[in-house]
Structures are given as structure tokens and as C-alpha cells.
Design a protein around this ligand. Sequence first.
Ligand SMILES: Nc1ncnc2c1ncn2[C@@H]1O[C@H](COP(=O)(O)OP(=O)(O)OP(=O)(O)O)[C@@H](O)[C@H]1O
Length: 432
Amino acid sequence: MARVLIIEDEYALAAALSTVVRRIGAEAVVAASGQGGLEKAQRQAFDAVLLDIGLPDMSGLKVLAALREAENPPPVMIITAHGTLDNALEARRLGAYDYFLKPLNLAEIQPQLQALLKLPRHEPPAVANSPDPVMMIGTAPAMQRAFAVIAQACATKVPVLLTGQPGTGKTLAAEVIAAQSGTQPLVRFRCDEWPREQAEVMLDGCLEKARGGPLLIEEVGALPLPLQAVVCRALAKEEQRILATSSHSLLEAVTQGRFREDLYYQLSVLHVSLPPLAERTEDLQALAAALLKRAAGERELPLALESLAVLKAYAWPGNVRELAAAMQHAAAVCSAPPVLPRHLPARLLENDQANVHLETALKRALVAWLDRQLTCPEEALPEYDALLAEVEKPLLAELLARFEDKPTRLAAALNMNRATLRRKLRELLGRE
Ligand SMILES: Nc1ncnc2c1ncn2[C@@H]1O[C@H](COP(=O)(O)OP(=O)(O)OP(=O)(O)O)[C@@H](O)[C@H]1O
């Protein structure tokens, strides 16, 4: 019987994974810490390991490195709630076979694990260790999904299609893939930049220049049909590694007969989908800080909280590129820190859509949080009142802060029963 080691400190998740392992006829052994997992792996041989990155005593990546030092190391599948690009690339570099994001889709894990147990043991492809990786910022769930595919793309030479609105980071992601998967420079060809007559000559030139290395075809949907045939032939010859971007739906172009269906499938062996910035407001703080630092140079220029609120309320039609420009504007007009709303471009403050955006963001955050809470076997599901208490806790803490930490003022202003409020503050926030 195959034996699978589950290194996971969340009890409910470890139990759910054990059920999956048993369902495929294997034995499950659980460890709730990194050290515990390594000790178990020393005592017994395992056919596969499911490993969480966020362990209480040490990073799962350290555990992975230690597991890989064994003579015939078992294949490892990584589970993470913090899918940064660094983590995804590091996990691949250290030889992880797969990379799953929390909340886990258990139905997806089962066939993957089954396939993994059937595989002959061999070394997974190594990811090149670029000395200066071009980094992408983001921890929003949709970015974590993109990072997982980017890490896969770094470990292979297959074509990759990168989609997303203008300015979402498609080119940057292609640069990361090129930098991490080889030493040859990325050759770029932008399809909507050239008049039809010149495009063929330019494309031929780029295909020639990129021989043996990566070629990025930007806005591939703008390529006229005869040139799409040229790319098809190039893909068949496999002389270059082709990466392509599109900010419009290629499938729609296929349906309308403007884009070859066979080329669409050839290009999208791996598909990285980059989310619009307005759908990942949780990344705004880190992105704005990094872009502000880039724009301000030596100067220390923090962003005031009110300015962050303005950024969160704005719709960002130009995505990260527009945010970068806004931070350049702020760095230029702000002479003394911090960056206040009046230092931001005026259009960011005029947005009457602000409330709509905040409500969408709140709903999205709630959906993501619920996904996490409900990723467990049915018998371990939290009760409704417990869920409500979790939502009420930050709400009350925030409200209280706005009424100078005075429950009486809060109760009066929002027409709450004072005794009820006091009880809730005691039960939920531990206040006497
Ligand atoms: N996740 C990210 N972290 C840091 N910087 C980012 C990120 N995403 C995008 N950027 C920055 O935003 C700018 C626009 O990104 P990029 O050119 O890659 O977008 P794009 O999707 O290729 O746009 P287009 O469709 O117009 O070609 C660049 O300066 C890039 O460095």
C-alpha cells in the first residue's frame, strides 16, 4: 500500500487530506509541524508528501529542502495560503512537483495525487536560478493562481499565453518566465506596432534573432491571418520558445474567424491570466509602496492612510501601469512626506464610483474568506453563529476606533442596545 505523509498544522485540512489519501487506497500519516514531518520521513519511507508552507515551527520550503536531501526523495506537493511569486519559484527550484493554493479544491487534488503515486521516481525539471529575478508584487488569490502557472512555465519550455487587460503585468510576467527559465535574452515583437507590410519582415527578423531562446509576441490577436500561419510553422519547428500576450479575448476572435483556432491551442499550452487591479485591492498597498519607492529614488516617501483609501476606491482602468504613473505624479508634487490625497492625480479623487468599488471589494473579500472557512470535511464545518462572530469582530473593532474607543458614544450614535454592545465587546474582543 502506498504511504503519503501530510505535513499540515490546520487540523481540519489535515483530516480532509487524509480522507482523500485513503479514498485512493493509500495510507495517510499526518504531522502537524515541520520538525515532526522530517522525523517521520526519517523513520519511514513515503511515496508522496503533501506539504504546507505556513507551518508553525519552520517554513515548509525549509522542510522541502531537507526532504530533498534524502537518497531517494519522495515527490512533494506544496500547499500554501501565501502564494507569492518568490514562494512558487522557490518551491519549483527546490524540486516540488506541484503547487496548490488554499482554499484547496480537494476534488482537484485527488487525481493529481493518484497520478503522482503512479509516476516513476525521477528528478523534476530544475528552474534556473536567476541572479536578479524581475519580481512581481501581489498576494491576492487571483495573483497567486497566476504565480503558480508562472512557476510551472519556468520549469518547462512549452508555449505560454498571458492574458489580462492592458497594464496588468503580462509583459513583466513574460520577462520573469524568460529570466527564470534560461540565460538567453527575451526578444520582443509587438504585433499592433507595425503596419501590415512591415510586420512580416519584422516578425521574420525576431524569429531569427530568438533562435534557441524565448520570443515574446505581444498582442498576438492583432496578427494578420497570413502571419498567424508563420507563427504556427515556427511553433511546429520548436526553434524558439514562444510566449504570447493578449489583452482581448482570443477565443472571441477565434469564434469570429479572426484568429486561427489551432494557433490558439498551440499558444495556450500554459495560460497565465492576470487580474485587473480593481479586483485585487488588497495588493494596492504593497504595489503603491514599491512603485512610490521606484519613483522617489533616495527620498523616503510613505503613503498616508487616507491616500490608500483613495487608491482602493478608484477603478484603475489602466491597471498597474496607471498606478505607476500616479505614484510618479505623487513623487513629483509631494515635497514633504507623507503622500496625501491632494498629491494624487485629480481624477483619482473625482470618482463617483468609489462606493460601488468598495462594496464589490468587500463582497469579494467575504467570498474568499468563506472559501477558506468552508474548506474542510462537512462534519468540521463551523456553525453559523461562529461565522457571524468572526465577521462582527473586525466590524466592532473598527467602529469602536471611530468613536474614540467609547462604547457609550458608539451605542448612542448607531442606536444600539448598550448592554448588548457591552456583551459583544466582552465576548468578541475580550474587553471588560
Ligand atoms: N505585479 C506587479 N508587480 C510590480 N509591478 C508590476 C506588476 N504588474 C505590472 N507591473 C508594472 O506595471 C507596468 C505595466 O506592466 P506590463 O507592461 O507588464 O503590462 P502589460 O499587461 O504587458 O500591458 P500591455 O497590455 O499594455 O502590454 C510595468 O511598469 C510593470 O513593471
